[in-house]
Write a protein that binds this ligand. Structure first.
Ligand code: SF4
Length: 385
């Protein structure tokens, strides 16, 4: 069962007198479990919907609508599928205490992987989940592989039950499902020869594996540092050399680099980022792969539409990771707007200095960094990159 959260005015849903709180029970006799069922089972122009109004009244609607006309209902958020793993490097476990409850949810949900590009490990799939992925063609999925050698993957996920990922992916690939994949690089565990093995196995799965990213493990002050550590500069360089070897081969054989280092891997290795063209459609930009180049291409594309800000000062707040990379971006912005950009690089006082992502900066640290700056507002409105 799923429940309606809101109904758009003048929509088909409003015309049918659907209201917030209405329970959507079944479509054409098939029980509705979540938003996926709702979207896929109501895709036809004609269907029968069984619902229960907040008054308790059961109603059946025989719906016929022109193709593409949306129902206009928003559903209550789904119950997040919880993670069955216990990775030493889990960022959720690396949260300090006393934060908002949802920040402690360890999600591992193939539905969110399909819809939003969240990475999932596929270790918690039930047989009916597998059937749904195939039936609804949930493709591409974003999958955390980490290592293809089963024992090493189970060790990394701290899950002795984790199924073999290569046969799992192969099974899906045979049914038309494709993947973007990632390897979180944990030094001494899945780097070196294991990284080569993982990339070889993934490459061997052919066109179904659309891309693989190699991301250095990120830890907070509260992570299980006795058990896991960040890679050194040399280890990042070695990983990048492996990434380059596979990318060169893929470029020659498939026309795309296929294997990408995360921006952070280049940063930690002290090596220059590839040009924007390297990243194609930037499909893993939300995973920190090509995000800097993506931002630059967005600025370039918006060039003619950016306002003239001559004589203005603009503060740009960011974390330590982007600190060295942003001057090139701000140079583009200065040329496009004539504003004077001031870069403010802030250390993370909540998660510790090793967490260098701008998106994880606490507001208090930003406020402190901006306090006393001439022209700074009482509470910060400077953009965070
Ligand atoms: S898969 Fe690992 S890192 Fe991801 S939520 Fe689960 S325990 Fe955390």
């Amino acid at each position: 069962m799923i429940r309606i959260q809101s109904v758009a005015p003048d929509s088909l849903g409003a015309e049918l007198a659907l209201v917030p709180g209405t329970e959507l029970l079944a479509v054409n006799g098939r029980a509705l479990e979540d938003f996926l069922d709702w979207e896929f089972l109501t895709a036809d122009e004609r269907f029968v919907l069984a619902a229960r109004l907040p008054t308790g009244e059961a109603v059946e609607y025989d719906i016929e609508r022109p193709e593409g006309l949306p129902m206009g209902v928003t559903l209550e958020p789904p119950r997040i599928r919880r993670c069955a793993n216990h990775c030493d490097f889990c960022f959720v476990d690396g949260n300090p205490q006393g934060m908002r409850e949802p920040l402690y949810i360890r999600d591992d949900d193939y539905r969110l992987s399909f819809r939003y590009g969240n990475f999932a490990t596929l270790t918690n799939l039930k047989p009916w989940d597998v059937e749904r992925i195939i039936e609804y063609r949930l493709s591409p999925l974003y999958v955390s592989v980490h290592a293809t050698e089963p024992t090493i993957r189970r060790w990394l996920l701290r899950n002795p039950e984790a199924p073999e990922i290569v046969s799992q992916l192969r099974g899906f690939a045979a049914r038309g499902i494709a993947f973007h994949t990632q390897v979180v690089l944990v030094p001494g565990v899945n780097d070196g020869a294991e990284l080569v093995r993982t990339l070889t196995d993934l490459y061997g799965l052919g066109a179904a594996v659309l891309s693989v990213s190699v991301v250095p493990v990120a830890l907070t002050e509260f992570s299980k540092r006795r058990l896991v550590r960040e890679p050194t500069r040399e280890e990042c360089r070695a990983a990048l050399a492996t990434v380059d070897r596979f990318a060169t081969r893929a470029l020659a054989e498939r026309g795309v680099p296929w294997c990408y280092g995360a921006d952070d891997l280049y940063l930690q290795a002290g090596e220059a980022l590839p040009a924007a063209e390297w990243y194609g459609d930037f499909e893993q930009r939300e995973n920190g792969v090509g995000s800097v180049r993506y931002l630059q291409t967005r600025i370039a594309a918006a060039r003619g539409r950016l306002p003239d800000l001559a004589g203005k000062r603009v503060g740009v707040v960011t974390g330590a990771a982007m600190g060295p990379l942003l001057p090139a971006v701000l140079e583009d912005l200065t040329a496009a707007t004539s504003a004077r950009f001031e870069l403010v690089v802030i250390e993370n006082t909540l998660f510790g200095p090793t967490v260098t992502t701008a998106g994880l900066l606490p507001a208090a640290a930003i406020e402190r960094a901006l306090a006393g700056r001439r022209g700074a507002p009482a509470r910060s409105h400077a953009p965070v990159v």
